[in-house]
Design a protein around this ligand. Structure first.
Ligand code: 5GP
Length: 219
C-alpha cells in the first residue's frame, strides 16, 4: 500500500494500519477512543454500515449509516477497501480516506472484524498490525453488553452467541490483549503501537539518516 512518511526523531516513516478486533462488548470502542485522543498521528477509519443507528451515535463520526442500495453501489464501484456481513448487516471501510491518511504519513486505526482484517492482510500484509482484544470472562462480556444499554435483550443474546465464533479467530492476530482493566489494556495497546512505529522496515528515512551519521563520524 502506498504511504508517505512522517518522522520519529526526525526520521521519515511509512504509515501503518492498526487493527483492533474483538467480540462486541470487550472494550474495543473505548480503547479506540482513547488511542485517538492520546496518540498523535493516528486517524480513525470511519466505516459504512447498513445497521440502524444506536442511541448516542452520530452519522459520519461513529459510522456512515447507509442503506443496502448505497452499500451495493460502493462495493461495485470498488469504493470499499474491505467489507463483510456481521450480524446480518453489512459493514465496510471506505477506501479513499484511508489512502489519503496513509499518503499523508498518518497511521490509521480500524475497528473491524476478523473477516475485514483478513482482507486488509491480503492487500497490505507489511503495513497491517492487528490486535485482538479478549474479555476476561463470558460473564464480564455479558455485563458490558447490558451496561452500555444500546441493544435489546434479543440483540445481546445474538451477540453473545456470536462471540464464541469471533473468538475462534484470535490466533490470526499479531497481538492479544486481555481486557481485565481498561487502563492496563490501553497501556498495552499503546505500547504495541509505539513499538510498531519504531520498526526498522517502517522507517523509510533510516538509510539517509545513518549515511549522514557516518559522514559526520568520518569527517
Ligand atoms: P457494531 O454493530 O457493534 O458497531 O459492530 C459490529 C462488528 O462489526 C464489530 O465487530 C466491528 O468491529 C465490526 N465492524 C465495524 N465496521 C466494520 C467494517 O468496516 N468492516 C468489517 N469487516 N467489520 C466492521
Amino acid at each position: 500500500m502506498k504511504a508517505g512518511g512522517h518522522g520519529i526523531g526526525g526520521v521519515e516513516r511509512r504509515g501503518l494500519m492498526f487493527v483492533l478486533s474483538s467480540p462486541s462488548g470487550a472494550g474495543k470502542t473505548t480503547l479506540s477512543r482513547l488511542l485517538i485522543e492520546r496518540m498523535p498521528g493516528l486517524k480513525m477509519s470511519v466505516s459504512a454500515t447498513t445497521r440502524p443507528v444506536r442511541p448516542g451515535e452520530i452519522d459520519g463520526r461513529d459510522y456512515y449509516f447507509i442503506d443496502n442500495e448505497k452499500f451495493e453501489q460502493m462495493v461495485k464501484g470498488s469504493e470499499l477497501l474491505e467489507w463483510a456481513t456481521v450480524f446480518e448487516r453489512r459493514y465496510g471501510t471506505p477506501r479513499a480516506p484511508v489512502e489519503a491518511a496513509l499518503s499523508a504519513g498518518q497511521d490509521v486505526l480500524f475497528d473491524i472484524d476478523w473477516q475485514g482484517t483478513q482482507q486488509l492482510r491480503e492487500k497490505a500484509r507489511a503495513d497491517v498490525v492487528s490486535v485482538f482484544i479478549l474479555p476476561p470472562s463470558a460473564a464480564d462480556l455479558e455485563k458490558r453488553l447490558h451496561s452500555r444499554a444500546q441493544d435489546s435483550d434479543e440483540v445481546i443474546r445474538t451477540r453473545m452467541s456470536r462471540a464464541s465464533h469471533e473468538l475462534s479467530h484470535w490466533a490470526e492476530y499479531d497481538y492479544i490483549v486481555i481486557n481485565h482493566d481498561i487502563d492496563q489494556a490501553f497501556a498495552e495497546v499503546q505500547s504495541i503501537l509505539k513499538a510498531e512505529r519504531l520498526k526498522r522496515e517502517r522507517r523509510t528515512g533510516l538509510t539517509t539518516f545513518v549515511r549522514e551519521l557516518q559522514r559526520q563520524l568520518e569527517k
